[in-house]
Design a protein around this ligand. Sequence first.
Ligand code: SF4
Length: 244
Amino acid sequence: MDKIVEDRHTDLKNDTFFIPYKKRYIVYSPLRKASFYASSGSVILFKKILGNKDISEEEKKTKTFNIFKQLQQLPVVSFTTPNYLRNSFNYATILLTDKCNFECSYCYSQEARSKSIIKKEDLKTAIDFLLENGKEKKFVRISYLGGGEPTIMWNLLTWAIEYSVKKATKENIKIVNSLTTNGSLLTKSKIDWLKKHNISISLSFDILPEIQNIQRKIISQTNCDFIKEMTKKLLVEKLNKFIN
Ligand code: SF4
């Protein structure tokens, strides 16, 4: 079987996620199949321990330190590709970042919004894995969407698209890249780039201005009229697009 997760991912430090939830945190360690609810004080101590900072004797007596010790001893699940899943992953949805310049009331990531950004090396691993799996079907589809607004990470987005297309072409695999965006950061040059690379665009738009302006609070903007203008621009530019 192919080992698809390198050891650096299995370190407790890289396998611990802190998800804000109702003024506390869910601490989640997926590869150790563990999760627990923690106060912000415990999370601060936990991060200190994971960061190899000096821990006082008092801190070593806490419940948090005890949990850390228990987590350290848990076995890491074997993360390999089972035979029945081989060649079946040829479609992926990739969340480049949790950051967004909107604060939509219905956003599923609103409650636990962080400033996380996917690491380029992890993005490359995902694309490579997908293309490896797409060899048999000779087809791969990648969608970039939120959680956050993908175009905030424009350089990373364009790198990923260019890298995947180049590699897919070399492997003789057809690849379709698509992007779901709130459209607010698309300039003329970015639209031209998307058009040149034949990217399908899904533009999130609540249609009715009064609904849109209530539901989609935009950081640093007063209303959503510009999305209407952006929709028109994309229509004029004849991009392969959907509005949702
Ligand atoms: S634009 Fe999308 S990612 Fe951003 S807050 Fe709204 S729904 Fe969430």
